[in-house]
Design a binder for this molecule. Structure first.
Ligand code: AHN
Ligand code: ZN
Length: 329
């Protein structure tokens, strides 16, 4: 009890001292200099618009190669990119699936400033996996997926970037590539059964001898709580680009999404662009510590649908890429 009175006395003395102070506290305190606020140079990425571009792709149904939904969505992507880009190229081919069935594929390339020598390549796959073979329910293992995240999200970020670029034109060259037939692969048939569109393009670029300064692949960039880490092939072939993009994301305040953490090697479209086309290319791909696959829980399940898309993730990726692009000279 005695101690309580002593404490109370000290507190009152302290309060009294403050109360007697003639100067307002704000004038007396030495204010630390405000940290320089980061000045974003790019226009705001509109995540509502990007979300709409996912909805639109999903509305065709699963975009499985050789299906009507695939054909219709391909047409839509060409017409949408034609609204924004200078040149849109459709690269059609027939490639062989792991089961030897022929696949009619179409890579779609939308270019800004096609004559500029300084160029950045931005890509994502637009096809949907025909089988939800990671679904907890085996009854779904032969069901095609909406692929709202695993496919449509990356294309949607590219479409929204293109829409913004059409109003505020970049000075460097940009090529957006919608890659086909990424997701029919079967791991037990070998890693090269994935990424058929990027393998084809890397061996047969839409312009012979095509070069870009570097490339950025977007894969599953719309999921809730997405984390992006330093993927193995990206580190092996394009570490300075990882640093450039991650540092930019942090400056913009997206440290909840972009982590400086070394992950494993993922066979994805960028592997072939690095190794066959020899363009240093990184992969921005959703990593999860919560699953055995290390991909998000909805990966290759029927839950890869609109309910698992978060506009904040789309914004984090889209704004970061816009800022990277507009800083290049
Ligand atoms: C493999 O599972 C071998 N690669 C993952 C690439 C991928 C599939 N990204 C999205 N879907
Ligand atoms: Zn996939």
């Amino acid at each position: 009890m005695k101690y309580l009175y002593i404490l109370l006395g000290m507190a009152l003395t302290f309060l009294g001292a403050c109360g007697n102070d003639p100067k307002p506290a704000t004038q007396q305190q030495k204010t630390a200099p405000e940290p320089a606020k980061y000045q974003q140079i790019s226009q705001n990425f509109n995540a509502d618009s990007a979300y709409y571009f996912i909805e639109k792709q999903v509305s065709f149904g699963p975009r499985v190669c050789n299906s009507d939904a695939h054909t219709a969505c391909g047409k839509y992507l060409v017409s949408e990119f034609k609204k924004y880009a200078d040149v849109v190229t459709e690269q059609k081919a027939v490639v062989s699936n792991w089961d030897k069935k022929p696949l009619n594929i179409k890579n779609i390339i939308a270019s800004f400033n096609p004559k500029a020598s300084k160029r950045i390549l931005i890509c994502a796959h637009w096809d949907s996996r025909p089988y939800a073979d990671n679904d907890p329910n085996p009854a779904n293992h032969n069901t095609a997926i909406d692929a709202a995240d695993d496919g449509a999200s990356g294309v949607a970020v590219m479409l929204e970037m293109a829409r913004i670029m059409s109003k505020n034109r970049p000075t460097i060259g940009i090529d957006f590539i919608c890659l086909d037939a990424e997701d029919l692969g079967k791991s037990d048939q070998g890693g090269d059964t994935y990424c058929l569109g990027s393998q084809y393009w890397s061996k047969n670029p839409h312009i012979p001898g095509y070069k870009a300064d570097y490339g950025i692949l977007l894969d599953m960039v719309g999921g809730k709580n997405a984390k992006f880490i330093w993927e193995g092939y990206s580190m092996k072939y394009a570490e300075p680009i990882l640093r450039k993009v991650w540092d930019q994301a942090i400056q913009l305040g997206f440290s909840n999404y972009f982590y400086y953490y070394q992950g494993g090697f993922i066979t994805d479209d960028h592997k072939y662009i690095n190794e066959l086309a020899q363009i240093p290319t990184i992969d921005i791909i959703h990593y999860s510590e919560q699953t055995d696959s290390r991909f998000p829980a909805h990966w290759h399940t029927v839950n890869d649908n609109l309910s698992n898309i978060d506009k904040n993730t789309l914004r984090a990726v889209g704004q970061t890429l816009l800022e990277v692009v507009y800083k290049e000279k």
